[in-house]
Design a protein. Sequence first.
Length: 367
Amino acid sequence: MKIPFVNIIKQYKSERKKLLSVIDKTLSSGNWIGGNEVEKFEKNISTICKTKYCVSLNSGTDALTLGLHLLGVRKGDEVITPANSFIASTAVIVHLGAKPVFVDVKDDQNIDENKIEKKITNKTKAIMPVHLTGRLCAMDKIMKISKKYKIPVIEDGAQSILSKYKDKMSGAWGTVGCFSTHPLKNLNASGDGGFLTTSNKKIYDQIRNLRSHGMEDDRNNIKNFGYVSRMDSLQAAILNFRLIDLKKTIKIRRDNAKIYLDNLNLDKVFFPKENKHQFNTYHTFVIQVDKRDELKKYLEKNGVATAIHYPSPIHLQECSKNLGYPKGSLPNTENQSKRILSLPINQFLQKKQIINISNLVNKFYKN
């Protein structure tokens, strides 16, 4: 039995007939940049995220870059963030000439909000929590710090579309929220894509301008030196189509997580509980275990594909050698990187497959 970690092929086969109709309609319109599908997507997202505005972009990375830029992050500034995210979260800070200031994480892999305040200096320009695995950070406490020091919050919500904390949506807590629609995300395009949410009209107007060369009303009226970060109409149409079943997709992933938790031996496997304030959308299902590498090989030998998100923290990567964070500086982050393992949780898994994976994990630790 082969159990893939993700199953994009099965997703496409399940929607092929209807999706091809959407693609044909979009391409036949001749409107491939901007237009109705893009406007519809932005309206749909602002509605479900409960923000006033959404701006579609060509990647989650660009959402972070433009978001930080519009919050005033420049050369010599500092941005507080964790080091256990995908490299893009830190790369955007560095590319703006700013310095990432890393804060260690809690057992649930999210930034430790109790350690943020000690990292604030007169150079701190933004706080960027990362909602890893689809689990929101303790945003109420982070926003209190933000208000106290008048430092804006930019949410890295790449993995957390439709996730909630205390009934407030991901992307609605900070000044801006940044999301990815990469093919591996719960809401996935058939290529790169992303978007930014905000309720700040000034930021909304600025980012709409910057994403398209700085053009104001037409290509001959340039307000600013901008970028090219538009979502094309085809990806917007595909996303609008997949938005229809997004809540269903997330329900299945949440159900799959429950099957795991009902069948795994939690004396041997650590999984952070979802507390009453959280609504986790399970972009990934990450367990923490001893002998992680051996377990990974054992599962692969038995036909189960797994992944590690992420095996080497950002501060220990070669690219970070001049940032000033030696080995041992972020103990929880470093310890977790040796123990975390992502099990398959995609919406095309069968219950018996999840039970089989759980039994294999239990058997490994019983031997």
